[in-house]
Design a protein around this ligand. Structure first.
Ligand code: SF4
Ligand code: SF4
Length: 335
C-alpha cells in the first residue's frame, strides 16, 4: 500500500524526476550560472541538468510561463484552392508536471484562473491547467523582498496543508518530507520508497517586509506617484515577471506566402504601446498613470471583482526593477 507521507533523499528525488520525464514534461527549479551570479528558474528536467535541481532557493522567475506561455500559438492558417483553412493549436503535446512550486506562484496561478477560466473561458489555458500535475514546496524562509504574509496569509496556510497540489514537499536536512494529497500525487511517487516519517508542522519566520494597502483611496492624489514615475523607464519587467499578471496581445504572423500563424504574446500595461489604438491615440500614456494603474489593479480593481488582491507578495517586481521602484514603498507611502 502507498504511504501518504514519508521522507525522500535528494538523489532518490532526482531519479524519480528522470523516471517521470518519460510520462510528463517535467519542469522544476534549476540553477544556472549567470555572468556575475547564478539564477534559479523553472526548466525542463532531464539527465543533463537534474544535478542542478535547486528546491531551496526561491526561483528568480515564477512558473507563469508554464501555465501561460510567453508565446502561445493559437491557430495556423493556410491559403489555397481559392480560400483559407485553419487549424487550432494544441497547447500541450504531453501532460506536464510542475515540480517544486511555492505558495506565491501557485496562488498567482490561481489569480490567473479567475480571469482565464471565467466565462468565456480560455480553452488553451483550460487544457494546460487540466493536464498539469503540481508538486508544491513549503518555503523554509522568506527572502529580502517577500511580503506574502501581508496579502495572502490564509491562502499560504491552505497551501501548506496541500490545497491546489497533488503532493507537497518540505525540505529536511539533505532530503525532503513528502505528503501525497491526491490520487495523481500518489501515482507520481509510486515506487519512490518513501521512508516512514510525518511532515512537521512548524511554520517559517514571518516575512521581514509588510505592505499596507488599506489607504488606497487616500493616496490616489498623492504627489508621491509623480516622484516614483520619474524613475520608471517603462521597460515592463515588473509585469512580465509577475506571477499574477496575465495581459497579452494577439498577432497574426506570416510564415510563408501561403502560411500564417495566430499567436499571443505576453504584454504589459507598463509599455507605451499597451493602450495605443488606431490613429495613434493612447488612453494611458503618462508614466504616472501607468504606475498607478499597476498598483490599483493589483490592490483595488481585482479585489473588487474577485474578493482577493491580485498581488501575492512575491516581491519579484521590486527585485527586478532597474531603477529600484519598490511596490511596498509605493503603496505604504510614508508609513
Ligand atoms: S520594472 Fe521598474 S522601470 Fe521597468 S516598467 Fe516596471 S516600474 Fe518601470
Ligand atoms: S505585483 Fe510584484 S510582488 Fe505582487 S505578485 Fe506581482 S511581482 Fe509579485
Amino acid at each position: 500500500m502507498d504511504k501518504k507521507e514519508g521522507a525522500i533523499g535528494h538523489g532518490a528525488l532526482s531519479r524519480l524526476l528522470i523516471r517521470l520525464s518519460k510520462t510528463y514534461d517535467v519542469f522544476a527549479p534549476i540553477e544556472e550560472e549567470g555572468l556575475d551570479q547564478s539564477i534559479v528558474r523553472f526548466e525542463a528536467v532531464g539527465k543533463d541538468n537534474v544535478k542542478r535541481l535547486n528546491l531551496r532557493t526561491k526561483p528568480s522567475f515564477s512558473a507563469k510561463k508554464l501555465f501561460l506561455p510567453q508565446r502561445q500559438p493559437m491557430l495556423s492558417m493556410r491559403a489555397g484552392n481559392g480560400g483559407f483553412s485553419h487549424k487550432f493549436a494544441e497547447p500541450l503535446k504531453k501532460p506536464q508536471l510542475v515540480f517544486g512550486i511555492r505558495a506565491c506562484d501557485l496562488i498567482g496561478t490561481q489569480r490567473l484562473d479567475r480571469v482565464f477560466l471565467e466565462e468565456p473561458e480560455d480553452p488553451y489555458y483550460r487544457r494546460v491547467r487540466e493536464n498539469t500535475a503540481i508538486v508544491g514546496i513549503i518555503c523554509h524562509e522568506s527572502d529580502d523582498y517577500c511580503f506574502c504574509d501581508s496579502v495572502i496569509t490564509d491562502e499560504i496556510a491552505e497551501f501548506d496543508a496541500g490545497k491546489g497540489c497533488d503532493a507537497l514537499l518540505r525540505a529536511s536536512g539533505s532530503g525532503f518530507f513528502v505528503k501525497l494529497i491526491t490520487d495523481r500525487g500518489v501515482a507520481l511517487f509510486r515506487g519512490a520508497m518513501l521512508k516512514a516519517s510525518a511532515m512537521p508542522l512548524t511554520r517559517r519566520e514571518p516575512c521581514r517586509r509588510m505592505i499596507n494597502p488599506t489607504r488606497m483611496e487616500e493616496i490616489f492624489d498623492s504627489a508621491a506617484w509623480d516622484e516614483d514615475a520619474k524613475l520608471c523607464l517603462g521597460c515592463g519587467k515588473c509585469t512580465l515577471i509577475c506571477p499574477s499578471c496575465g495581459c497579452y496581445t494577439v498577432e497574426d504572423e506570416s510564415l510563408l506566402r501561403a502560411l500564417g500563424e495566430r499567436v499571443r504574446h505576453w504584454d504589459s500595461c507598463q509599455l507605451a504601446s499597451f493602450t495605443r489604438v488606431a490613429g495613434g491615440h493612447s488612453f494611458r500614456d503618462k508614466r504616472e498613470g501607468m504606475l498607478k494603474h499597476r498598483a490599483y489593479h493589483k490592490f483595488v480593481y481585482f479585489k473588487k471583482r474577485f474578493g482577493k488582491t491580485m498581488c501575492v507578495g512575491c516581491g519579484r517586481c521590486t527585485k527586478i526593477c532597474p531603477t529600484g521602484i519598490d511596490m511596498v514603498k509605493v503603496i505604504n507611502m510614508g508609513l
